[in-house]
Design a protein. Structure first.
Lengths: 856, 595
């Protein structure tokens, strides 16, 4: 389903986006930085004044001087307080504003995503981006960005102030900088993935717990407790591994940074003492720088912390920005459709270039008609539906309404023309009225209630305490799936498009709910052009036209009756569906098992029902007969083969001289062209075979068919003993062989057979099949009982005549000559399609076997 | 060796007392007593080594700086370095122990909750919302852990504060008293401002939570929005709520900025006061300039332990609230099987019978249960699996004559499996999620998929059996999920398998296939299928029709269909919406048929 994953932006794009975001808020940003700079300067007064005091006290001073200094400090504190008040407020508001802009832009981008992207990639990934990713960056954007600015300003100013106070001493406070740089870099490079793994591991744990709670009933019922406990343990193990990783990183970072902070004041102290002894600086200056070096601890830690967070946030930001990279899939034109007539011409579509899912579909929707689209899954039905709804631009051909391509219509206009309804339904958070007004923002309550009335939903909505104003959706009143679907249908009533595409709109529902909903649905469909993609065929039956889509093409289109009469794929689907619905009809048609049929030699494999060329009797009220007819045809084909075999066998029997010549009083001839000479053991006289032979009692014709039923191979046999006919032998040639088989008496051994199959392909009331040899068959080549002789003849079944070739062998018995033969048959040769209904399927090719007892 | 944190989770989280939050917390503290002791020791060392710095600095200034770079200064520098080394080392170890404390407590609690919900059945969801239960792991366990994490900091702060107070009182009683009393006063004033801040923060969090819900909601329904319009309304709605969050944020910012300003002002004024008093005393010669620096240093240093103390109060309060919630979850008792078994399991090959209705799964037979109300039959089938001892007391179910409630529940679950109509799929590797008993070969799994006609799932799950199924099997369609759940139920190879509406979401062709394969796969094994589908009913050994709480008819599908009489009519009404119509074209709605 995920043919198109949503893109994730690369680093450069994320940086560009961030810069854009900051630039858009340039002014507040400058204000924040300015205020914080001044506030930080005021904050530097303390150590400076203390240093001065230390010097003054050492040199001897007055309490008036102390008062002045302390008052200065108080003034500095007051200034800093006021500045901090505004700086912090502005900084936080800046963060809030930037984050609000970011999320609003993101959601606007999401709601404007191309229809085709939304339809194809689903919403799971997007929901993740809207919730998790937005959450993950919010802390960084709201607090992190301002704090990073403040920390940077403070660190810079503190260092500047230290150099300003005593440049010589200040050098010493930088002794820790190499450690910061090395450790900080080392840590920051590793931290982001490690913390991401950590938070992912907790997300997994929470997911596991959520699943256990939501599926607690299943956990109990299937005894999954042990597995769930093990899952929690595994998640905790992973969380622990992730925690250990970050802990190890911090085990380097914390002592590393701490030691830099420890070393700096000591270095300043020692270096300062040296400088004091040199008379280069005062004790006060050294004191100030020592205190500055200690004041750096806070902002440096803060900076590291936020840089860490920012890295994690950057990956989330990349996913948010990525959504904006989806290319537009349509350009609105300015043409206005003339009318409601929708026509698809040569529509092709490929999800991947070169792999067309649709191949040149032409479809002319009559205004107001109901067209059902049926076909196997994967045939391209849903893709076609999306083309007809104007969601995807086709890769070839066009879909136009009133002469204007759907994809050139602005979306708002498109929706007034055609709407796609899928099995997905969603109740939005808000009132029922709000849910409905999505389709028509200006509708008043009366209109809304009318729409609900139309879909059978007014009663239950009005029964709710707050009626239309009932809060529904996540956290609100919980609608049943059927109610949710009704709300969705009511929206369509309000939207009022002239064409609706229903893509299995009710298939996810419980069948009982689905049936109930169909009434609601019918109300919505009235007066519109409807294309219904369905697997429930009664939808198709109700339709004005039915289109069968297979392999990306429309293979059949027409009214239900026409298609049933045409006996194509649709007819078969329809029959199987009918049968599936009517088990007791199956019952009555069940043929008792024929237990003692001699089928040793009967094996007709190629059963294939299909189009008998006969009269298309098939109105839709006679489907069972239709099925039967196919079966008959198949059986006939079998029988025909049998007959052919019979004919051949008869000939064979006549010339067979090494098996049972005496008993049959036949003398087999030495074939003139025999290459085997005496070794063949032929002793009979060809003359003895001449004359007419009759097919007598004990003969049987039948078939063995391989059926595939629900994925399992089932061999089905059918036979009849009602075989009559004659075989004429002239010299070494069989000149005529006519055999009739009464197909109606074919009995099927259904002991290992599925009744449902029987009902679809039943065997009673067959017509007679006939076989006649069309060209003389030379039997002189037969010199051995196991040799094969082939003969050609015409087989006629229900008006369809086919030329068949039979091979056979024979043996003598006490009663006469038994001839058995096998004929491979392909039903398609008879213009018959082997039925393939998915769960019931007949192989196209197989063999027919027969046994004839020939007497004079 | 001390650097090595003990691997978690522990094999057994233990059995905490649920009598009171305090008892629970103390029990957990005892569980990790050793680590707690170690971390508190490190905490005390860290704080003391840091507390010593201003003192040393003052001494160094007094005795060292005046004399230049001499041996005294070097000595003080060495003392500072030593304190620094202690701080670095104790800090590093301390952090590791702190984290271990956190994880031990949090993970044990998570494990306890995880174990509880794996045994509770749906008793847990009767009293508690899913979110609340998840929050005990996602939030409450973490807050509990935080308490132990913070222990070292709290005790270290107290020790440092007391130590510094004594030192200052000895050096200068008046200054000492100002510092010792003044700082808590400052902290208290700041604490007063925290309340309004917190209420504004929680207002913003609430608004923000709504916003997230709104965003998720909009995106979840995006297909519909894009299909019928209304994006504008939703973007506006989101924008409005987003602005509400921003405004709430601005209110937070206003309060927060006052707090931030006060955090500058009060300590700033306090430091100025200390500096003024100290300087006056220094001018008077009562204290040395170095001691002045020391006092200044402590005036700033002590704000840190003070902060830790106020934070600890918050952390402790939160931990108590969290433990209460955790106890609520841990107190839940399963609805079935809470008391030990009183009767041994009956032998295999016995009948499972619902005494009230007479519905019984005969050994080795595939039975279907039908009633006019699907809920009724589902209810009967469910209680045959024993899910609520109290609720099912009035409707006893017997396995081989033994009351289910008298048996060991987990033994029973191995023998009797109920697959309900809305089963839950779990995330994980498809193979494992299908083979929940961990005993099937790949061939058997594939066979079960075939029986459930769910082979298509292998294609829609990248990687096939090795592929990952997302939460709730979201990557699958509704029908696929049902078929996967059926395959999973089949793979339990339960002696008695009860399937409730196993094919309700699949089309007729698929249903026919499944029905056929199902009866083959379960042939000779006790199976009960709740269904009204003729395609399934036609294939089972026996159909039981329940009406008004009792079995009114028994027989094969055909016998029931063909027979005459009220019960047969009733059956026909249930199973066939088009039954009784001569024309097979019946495309009437069921309502019409009912009429």
């Amino acid at each position: 389903m995920n043919e198109s994953r949503l893109p994730v932006a690369d680093g450069a794009t994320v940086r560009k986006h961030t810069a854009m975001l900051l630039r858009a808020n340039k002014r507040p940003l400058a204000g924040v930085v300015g205020l914080h700079t001044v506030a930080a300067v005021a904050g530097l007064a303390g150590p400076l004044l203390l240093g001065g005091l230390v010097d003054a006290v050492a040199e001897g001073t007055t309490s008036a001087y102390v008062n002045r200094v302390v008052l200065t400090l108080v003034a500095a504190v007051l200034v800093q307080t006021v500045l901090i008040r505004f700086a912090q407020r502005n900084a936080m508001i800046f963060g809030e504003t930037v984050f609000a802009d970011l999320r609003e832009d993101f959601l606007a981008t999401v709601t404007e995503l191309p229809l085709s992207t939304v339809e194809r990639s689903g919403t799971g990934d997007l929901v993740g981006r809207t919730t998790n990713d937005v959450d993950r960056i919010q802390h960084t954007v709201r607090f992190g960005v301002p704090r990073i600015l403040v920390a940077t300003v403070t660190i810079t100013l503190t260092i500047v102030a230290a150099f300003f106070t005593a440049p010589l001493v200040a050098f010493a406070m930088l002794v820790g900088v190499p450690i910061f740089l090395v450790i900080g870099r080392w840590y920051l490079r590793r931290a982001a993935p490690a913390y991401q793994r950590e938070s992912a591991s907790y997300a997994t744990l929470n997911g596991t717990i959520t699943e256990s709670v939501e599926g607690t009933r299943t956990v109990d019922a299937l005894g999954l407790g042990g597995r769930r406990r093990e899952r929690v343990r595994a998640d905790l193990r992973e969380a622990f591994a992730a925690e250990s990783r970050t802990l190890n990183l911090r085990t380097v970072l914390i002592p590393g940074m701490d030691s830099a902070f420890v070393i700096a004041p000591i270095a300043v102290l020692l270096w300062g003492a040296f400088l004091i002894s040199e008379g280069a600086v005062t004790i006060g200056a050294v004191t100030t720088v020592v205190l500055y070096s200690m004041q750096l601890i806070g902002p440096v830690w803060e900076l590291i912390f936020w840089l860490d967070e920012a890295q994690v946030a950057a990956t989330s930001l990349a996913r948010l920005v990525g959504v904006g990279l989806v290319a537009r899939d349509r350009e609105a034109g300015d043409r206005t459709p003339a009318g409601e007539h929708t026509v698809a011409t040569g529509v092709e579509y490929a999800y991947r270039p070169g792999h067309n899912v649709l191949h040149g579909i032409d479809l002319d929707l009559t205004v107001g008609e109901r067209l059902a689209v049926v076909g196997p899954s994967g045939a391209g039905k849903s893709t076609l539906g999306r083309m007809l709804a104007g969601i995807h631009p086709p890769t070839g051909g066009s879909v136009k309404v009133g002469g204007v391509p759907l994809v050139e219509l602005p979306l708002e206009d498109l929706r007034r023309h055609v709407a796609l309804v899928t099995q997905e339904h969603h109740v939005f958070v808000g009132t029922i009225a709000e849910n409905l007004r999505l389709a028509d923002a200006t509708a008043d309550d009366a209109t809304l209630l009318d729409a609900l009335e139309a879909v059978d939903a007014r009663a239950w909505v009005e029964a709710l305490d707050a009626g239309l104003e009932t809060e529904v959706g996540s956290g609100g009143y919980v609608l049943t799936p059927a109610q949710a679907q009704q709300v969705a249908l009511a929206r369509l009533v309000l939207l009022d498009p002239h064409t609706l595409i229903l893509d299995e709109a009710t298939s996810l529902l419980d069948p009982r709910a689905a049936r109930h909903l169909e009434r609601s649905l019918n109300a919505v469909l009235t007066g519109r052009t409807v294309v219904a993609i369905a697997h429930r065929l009664h939808t198709a039956h109700d339709a004005d036209r039915v289109a069968v889509v297979d392999g990306g093409r429309i293979t059949e289109i027409g009214s239900h009756d026409e298609l049933v009469a045409a006996e194509g794929d649709y007819a078969r689907l329809w029959h199987s569906w009918q049968q599936a619905r009517q088990p007791f009809q199956v019952l009555h048609r069940c043929v008792p098992a024929a237990s003692q049929v001699r089928l040793a030699h009967l094996s007709l494999q190629a059963l294939s029902p299909g189009r008998a060329g006969g009269t298309p009797r098939a109105a839709r009220r006679t489907e069972p007969q239709m099925s039967k007819k196919k079966w008959i045809v198949a059986a006939i084909a079998v029988v025909v083969v049998v007959l052919v075999v019979i004919g051949g066998t008869a000939l064979y029997a006549k010339i067979q001289n090494d098996r049972a010549p005496e008993e049959l009083a036949l003398s087999t001839t030495e074939p003139a062209d025999s290459t085997d000479g005496d070794d063949t053991g032929s002793t009979g006289d060809v003359e003895d075979l001449a004359g007419d032979w009759t097919v007598s009692d004990g003969s049987a014709a039948g078939y063995r068919v391989d059926e595939v039923l629900n994925g399992q191979d089932v061999t089905v046999v059918g036979r009849t003993t009602d075989v009559t006919g004659t075989v004429t032998v002239d010299g070494t040639e069989v000149t005529a062989a006519d055999v009739e088989v009464d197909m109606a008496t074919i009995t099927t051994d259904s002991s290992n057979r599925d009744d449902q199959f029987l009902s679809i392909l039943s065997t009673d009331e067959f017509p007679t099949a006939t076989f006649s040899l069309t060209s003389p068959m030379d039997v002189s080549a037969i010199t051995d009982g196991v040799a094969a002789v082939e003969g050609t003849g015409d087989l006629t079944i229900a008006g369809v005549t086919q030329s068949v070739t039979v091979s056979f062998e024979a043996q003598s018995t006490a009663d006469g000559v038994e001839v058995s033969g096998t004929v491979p048959v392909a039903f398609s040769d008879y213009g018959i399609d082997a039925p393939d209904l998915g769960f019931v399927k007949v192989e196209d090719t197989g063999t027919v076997e027969m046994l004839l007892v020939l007497t004079r | 060796m001390l650097m090595i944190v003990r691997p978690l989770p522990l094999p057994d989280p233990g059995n905490p007392p649920l009598t009171s939050p305090l008892a629970f917390l103390l029990w957990q503290a005892r569980q990790q007593g050793a680590v707690l002791t170690l971390s508190v020791t490190c905490g005390i060392l860290t704080f003391l080594s840091q507390a010593i710095t201003p003192y040393v600095l003052g001494q160094a200034l007094d005795e060292g700086l005046e004399k230049g770079l001499g041996s005294t200064l070097l000595l003080w520098a060495l003392v500072m370095l030593a304190a620094g080394v202690v701080q670095v080392v104790a800090g590093a170890f301390g952090h590791r122990f702190d984290v271990e404390n956190w994880l031990r407590a949090a993970f044990s609690t998570s494990q306890l909750v995880g174990n509880k919900i794996s045994r509770s059945g749906d008793a847990i969801t009767k009293d508690l919302a899913t979110g609340e239960v998840v929050a005990t792991v996602a939030t409450d366990a973490m807050r509990l852990g935080e308490l132990y994490f913070n222990a070292a900091r709290l005790i270290g702060s107290i020790v440092a504060y007391i130590g510094v107070a004594i030192l200052m009182l000895v050096t200068s009683p008046s200054l000492g008293i100002v510092v010792v009393v003044g700082l808590p006063a400052v902290a208290a004033i700041l604490g007063l401002l925290v309340k309004p801040l917190q209420s504004r923060q929680s207002a913003q969090r609430e608004a923000s939570g709504k916003l997230t819900t709104l965003g998720a909601d909009t995106v979840s329904g995006l297909r519909i929005l894009r299909g019928i319009g209304g994006e504008g309304a939703f973007t506006d709605r989101y924008r409005q709520q987003s602005q509400r969050v921003r405004e709430a944020g601005v209110r937070v910012a206003t309060t927060q900025s006052y707090l931030d300003a006060l955090q500058v002002l009060l300590p700033g004024l306090f430091v100025a006061l200390v500096l003024w008093m100290g300087a006056q005393q220094a001018v008077a010669g009562t204290i040395t300039p170095g001691q002045l620096v020391t006092f200044y240093g402590y005036a700033t240093f002590l704000t840190w332990p003070m902060q830790n103390l106020t934070q600890s109060i918050q952390i402790t309060t939160r931990a108590f609230v969290a433990v209460r919630k955790i106890i609520t979850v841990l107190e839940v008792t399963p609805a079935a099987g809470d008391s030990p078994a009183t009767t041994p399991m009956p032998p295999h090959g016995v009948e499972l019978r619902d005494t009230t209705t007479g519905v019984a799964i005969s050994p080795g037979r595939i039975t279907a249960l039908v009633s006019a109300h699907p809920d009724t039959s589902a209810h009967i089938a469910t209680r045959m699996g024993r899910f609520d001892d109290a609720a099912e007391a009035a409707t006893p179910v017997h396995l081989g004559g033994v009351l289910l409630a008298d048996l060991d529940k987990s033994e029973l679950r191995r023998r009797v499996v109920v697959a309900e109509a809305t089963p839950h799929l779990f995330s994980g590797v498809l193979r494992d999620e299908l083979d929940v008993r961990d005993r099937a070969t790949d061939e058997e799994i594939l066979e079960a998929l075939r029986v459930a006609d769910a082979q298509d799932v292998l294609d829609s799950t990248p990687g096939g059996l090795d592929g990952e199924l997302p939460e709730k099997g979201r990557s699958l369609s509704g029908g696929q999920r049902q078929r996967v759940a059926l395959a999973r139920a089949l793979l339990t190879e339960a002696e008695h398998l009860i399937l409730v509406e196993p094919t309700s979401a699949v089309d007729a062709h698929t249903e026919a296939r499944i029905a056929d394969r199902l009866v083959t796969a379960r042939a000779g094994r006790s199976t009960l299928v709740v269904t009204a589908s003729p395609l399934v009913l036609d294939r089972v050994d026996e159909v039981l029709v329940v009406r008004d709480g009792t079995v009114v008819a028994t027989g094969t599908h055909r016998e029931l269909l063909e027979g005459s009489g009220e019960e047969h009519d009733h059956y026909r009404t249930i199973v066939g919406r088009s039954l009784g119509e001569e024309t097979p074209s019946a495309v009437r709605t069921p309502e019409e048929v009912a009429q």
